[in-house]
Design a protein around this ligand. Structure first.
Ligand code: UP5
Ligand code: MG
Length: 190
């Protein structure tokens, strides 16, 4: 994958910050393939794979699935897509994810799109999503917020120190957030 000179943008931000929603918009305008790590893990549960039960239990607890599982799913999806540019949504979520992805794939992100949103707003969105996600209950949501603060924010800090973070105010309406996203994508990536 590294030899194929693939372009990767990591799309990060707290649970309910709007990563999936904005990725759908970006795909329509900029020719990226959207890979949500969470969606790939949920598909793995549905497929009845041997890891399915383990993944399901971790998602219910808001915990981060071991990186070898997630990285394998991401690599597979990248190869299958035939595309050379990807939005990787919701990954890496901790230092272990970040370091192993780089080690295994040899890929460094072009930049990190960071959706910054207050917790109260994210909580409101998740509680009213109503799409039957097993982790959209207040107990699991609290756990997801804790894991995000403790493990995922440091990854964003790591990339920020490298000048790679493009921070977006994600508390605004969907259309306004996308206007800010466009500014990030238009000048820099062709
Ligand atoms: N909405 C979106 N934007 C809005 C806006 N601007 N104004 C008002 N409403 C807005 O949006 C959430 C809801 O808000 C939707 O109803 C939407 O319409 C509305 P969405 O775009 O879905 O937000 P997103 O950030 O994608 O939220 P999501 O819940 O998917 O984020 P998480 O990071 O929590 O979920 P993910 O699927 O990435 O991970 C789930 C779990 O999988 C993790 O907790 C973890 O257990 C596991 N996981 C791993 O272990 N490893 C990984 O690498 C990835 C996941
Ligand atoms: Mg999502």
């Amino acid at each position: 994958l590294a030899d194929k000179k693939v372009k990767v943008v990591f799309v990060l931000g707290g649970p309910g910050s709007g990563k999936g929603t904005q990725c759908a918009n970006i795909v329509q305008h900029y020719g990226y393939t959207h890979l949500s790590a969470g969606d790939l893990l949920r598909a793995e549960i549905k497929s009845g794979s041997e890891n399915g039960t383990m993944i399901q239990n971790m998602i219910k607890e808001g915990k981060i699935v071991p990186s070898e599982v997630t990285i394998r799913l991401l690599q597979q999806a990248m190869l299958e897509s035939g595309n050379d540019r990807f939005l990787i949504d919701g990954f890496p979520r901790n230092e272990e994810n970040r370091a192993n992805f780089e080690l295994v794939t040899g890929i460094e992100p072009e930049f990190v799109l960071f959706f910054d949103c207050p917790e109260e707003e994210m909580e409101r969105r998740l509680l009213s999503r109503n799409q039957g996600r097993e982790d959209d209950n207040i107990q699991t949501i609290r756990k997801r917020f804790n894991v995000y603060m403790e493990s995922s924010l440091p990854v964003i800090e790591y990339y920020n120190a490298k000048g790679k973070v493009r921070k977006i105010d994600a508390a605004k309406p969907v259309e306004e957030v996308f206007e800010a996203v466009k500014v990030v994508f238009n000048p820099s990536t062709e």
